[in-house]
Design a protein around this ligand. Structure first.
Ligand SMILES: [Ca+2]
Length: 397
């Protein structure tokens, strides 16, 4: 086994740089320079502990099929400090595209953020049969609790989702974090329109795929990847920016205690009431015996799938250190910081099965490096659940 001490670098949130935590991290960084396989990103020494006045907001672009969990995730992003949402591109998925568009506008209305641009995306997969998850999310995708005063689709931007992804990424090179919470059709079309966006992104966070060949839609397939396997293949093949994946099994292993949901919904305001209403069907479904069969080595509890990817994207500044503990064909990193959200990560090349009778749409992890892919994705393994809960609570304040 080849020994290696390759160092991972993660961006420091500018607003943290003048804090005591920043100073502590810098001290750790000096320690790492003395021979430890740890590293604190120093931005080449130019940009450490800046004046808070010079801080920049993190730029997020969201692709969604809103969807109950995507609604949760959008509300987490809207509530996050130091985050600017450049737009939300909508895709078919948990519910038909027309519902996704309406639902996204409804969520932004509850958040009092109608200014965030919303874009119409692809209504169907590239090749696969169109499918939805109304049994889980409600037939309208948002708990079947209609709002007679819901915003109209005249609020949508004229540009298509794929065009908007290309435009926004090119206007902000190296600055945009793209959070993909739906089938990956819009992302696949966007990179076909302009391949250069794959390296102009700061990072890509995906909710989708699986690691242990456990499915939630087919025997071996997670919904977002099964909903458009060809698009998932294209995205994992063509996007070469740092890529982080919140898989199905990861979300199961980090599900929330039911008691937390009671606390979450108990906040006495419009957002909490909205959240409780739209989540009701999904919660009942997750408490059913049928759903328990889907849970992969997880624990009983509430799972808000996309929100894990969103939380990691919003809070990636907390991934300030990594340690390589295996250096064969893949790497496992322990992430250590004062406040850690993701505490264990795995780096490996990934792709998607397109032809299997039982496995079409299943994510494939290339531990043996037989695919000869240079680009490795980072697979999330474990989350700091207390910190995650706090982000969810803050989303309803
Ligand atoms: Ca979704």
């Amino acid at each position: 086994m080849k020994e290696s001490s390759k160092v991972q670098q993660y961006k420091e949130r500018p607003s943290d740089r003048s804090s005591p935590a920043c100073i502590f991290k810098l001290l750790l960084g000096l320690k790492s320079a003395a021979g430890q396989s740890r590293h604190i990103d120093t931005d080449n020494g130019d940009n450490i502990c800046q004046d808070p006045l010079s801080r920049m907001k993190k730029k997020l672009l969201i692709d969604a099929d809103t969807g109950v969990d995507d609604a949760h995730a959008i509300m987490v992003a809207v509530a996050a400090p130091d985050v600017e949402i450049l737009g939300i591109t909508c895709c078919h998925g948990n519910t038909p595209l027309e519902n996704v568009l309406k639902n996204t506008l409804r969520v932004l209305k509850v958040c009092n953020r109608p200014d965030i641009p919303v874009y119409r995306g692809c209504p169907k997969p590239l090749l696969a049969r169109e499918q939805h998850a109304g049994g889980f999310h409600g037939q309208d995708g948002l708990g079947d609790i209609p709002d007679p005063n819901a915003p109209g689709l005249q609020l949508l931007q004229e540009q298509s989702a794929a065009e908007a992804i290309v435009k926004i990424v090119k206007e902000n090179p190296g600055e945009v974090t793209l959070v993909a919470m739906a089938a990956l059709t819009n992302l696949a079309v966007a990179v076909q329109l302009d391949p250069s966006i794959s390296e102009k992104l700061k990072a890509l966070y995906i909710m989708g795929g699986n690691t242990d060949s456990r499915g939630n839609t087919t025997v071996c397939g997670e919904f977002n990847f099964v909903a458009d396997p060809e698009a998932a293949y294209v995205v994992l093949d063509r996007y070469t920016c740092p890529t982080y994946i919140a898989t199905w099994e990861f979300s199961c292993r980090n599900s929330l205690p039911w008691s937390f949901c009671n606390q979450w919904f108990a906040q006495n305001n419009e957002k909490a009431a909205f959240m409780k209403k739209i989540t009701s069907i999904s919660m009942k479904k997750q408490q059913s015996a049928e759903y328990q069969k889907e849970i992969a080595a997880g624990r009983t509890g509430f799972n808000t799938w996309s929100t894990y990817a969103m939380a990691a994207a919003v809070d990636d500044a907390l991934i300030t250190e990594s340690e390589e503990v295996s250096s064969a064909s893949f790497k496992i990193q322990k992430v250590e910081s004062l406040k850690q959200l993701l505490v264990l990560l795995l780096q490996v090349a990934v792709t998607v099965e397109l032809e299997g009778t039982y496995t079409r749409g299943m994510m494939v992890l290339d531990y043996m490096e037989l695919l000869n892919k240079k680009h490795k994705a980072t697979i999330m393994k474990k989350v700091d659940l207390e910190r995650f809960k706090q982000m969810l609570m803050d989303a309803l304040k």
